[in-house]
Design a protein around this ligand. Structure first.
Ligand code: SAM
Length: 241
């Protein structure tokens, strides 16, 4: 028997996302519908004809590299946040970033295909992707084969409920209003992300009175959490490079 032909993968594109750090990113796509990203196609794949026909699809599979979860070694079990971070499951029974091949897949809304600086870009919605994520492939989402409403889903039977209510201080409200021109829907995005309680599962109740911050676009979103209510205290504009 002939040995298998060795193969390697090259990114076909790169993600430019509202999520500039891992903390706070939803745990699956669609949980924060206002989370947007652009997928920039890279040479030699940045050819308009490679996307011909894609505009007819509302959603795409994005197959990507967890480039900020690269470890030299893999572990056969991980602790899914869904189980509170206390129970271990087989890595292949989870969607964890740390896996033998660091490959992720997300169904994202395809909000448009546009040309920028002579290259085609895809506008994606509802992403769970970090800024800078290398993309290996894009495929159309096909409901007739990809949507299986009767499927069993083990320890994750339904979408996690948005656990927390979110209120804005007057200062944060004003900052969102100022940002609206550049980032329409920013207030909704902040609400969707924080309502899902982005704290790592293992912090549990110990973290219930702490101050938090996360970076969304070029804003440092600051909030406190008390008695199940997130209070967004400020949105500070960060200096861009
Ligand atoms: N939907 C994908 C999947 O099922 O393969 C990703 C699921 S994974 C649980 C989602 C988490 O991956 C996000 O909350 C974020 O913390 C992390 N993440 C997203 N992009 C990443 C990247 N490029 N490198 C490392 N971690 C990333």
């Amino acid at each position: 028997m002939q040995p298998d032909t060795p193969f390697s993968c090259q990114p076909i594109g790169r993600i430019h996302s509202c999520f500039r750090e891992k903390f706070g990113i939803p745990r699956q796509p669609g949980l924060a519908p206002d989370a947007q990203a652009l997928l920039e196609l890279l040479p030699p794949y940045d050819r308009a004809e490679a996307l011909s026909g894609l505009e007819g699809f509302s959603h795409v599979w994005v197959i990507f590299v967890f480039h900020q979860a690269l470890r030299g070694q893999w572990r056969p079990t991980v602790r899914p946040p869904r189980l509170g971070g206390s129970r271990r499951m087989g890595v292949f029974a989870t969607r964890a970033p740390f896996r033998p091949n660091p490959i992720g897949l997300s169904v994202c809304a395809l909000e448009g295909v546009e040309q920028r600086a002579g290259r085609p870009w895809l506008r994606l919605g509802g992403v769970d992707l970090l800024d800078g994520t290398p993309v290996l492939d894009v495929k159309p989402y096909l409901p007739y084969t990809d949507a299986l409403p009767e499927a069993r889903s083990g320890y994750a039977p339904a979408a996690p409920a948005a656990a927390l209510s979110v209120v804005f201080s007057a200062r944060a409200e004003a900052a969102c209003a100022r940002a609206e021109g550049q980032h329409p829907g920013l207030r909704r995005l902040v609400t969707q992300v924080l309502a899902a309680d982005p704290r790592p599962a293992w912090q549990g109740e110990k973290a219930s009175r702490r101050h938090f911050g996360m970076r969304l676009w070029d804003y440092d979103v600051q909030w406190t959490l008390e008695d199940g209510v997130v209070r967004v205290t400020d949105l500070l504009t960060l200096a861009t490079d």
